[in-house]
Design a protein around this ligand. Sequence first.
Ligand code: 5GP
Length: 121
Amino acid sequence: MAYDDQNIFAKILRGEIPCDKVYEDDHALAFNDINPQRPVHVLVIPKGHYVDVDDFTANASDAEIAGLFRAVGQVAKQTGVTDDGYRILSNIGVNGHQEVPHLHIHVFGGADTGPMIKRQD
Ligand code: 5GP
C-alpha cells in the first residue's frame, strides 16, 4: 500500500494536529492514545513515512528500526510500566484491524492487559 501523507499521524508529525507528547527523539515520536484502553496507552511512531511493519522492516534503515524500538523501551521506562509488565502491539492491515496507515506500536500498561488475543472457541 502506498503511504498516504494525509493520515492522522502524518498530520501529528507535521504539527498540523496536536498530540499529548510523551517522548520524542530523532527517529520516533510517542504520544498518548486519544481513546486509551488502559491507564497507560501510548502510541510510538517512526518519524519516517512507513505504512506498517511490513513496509518498515523492508524499507527502513537499521538506525530507524533500532531507534523505534529504543523509543518503545524509553516510553515503557518513562511511564513506569516496566515493574508490573505491559504489552506492545502493532496492528497490520485488514485482519490486524489497523485503522491508521502509519506504523505505530501501542504500549499498554498500568493494569492487566488481558488475554493475548480474543479466543476463537
Ligand atoms: P490501530 O487500530 O490503527 O492500531 O490504532 C489506531 C489508534 O490510534 C487507536 O487506538 C486510536 O484511538 C488512535 N487514534 C486515532 N486518531 C487519533 C488521534 O487523532 N490522536 C491520537 N492521539 N490517537 C488517535
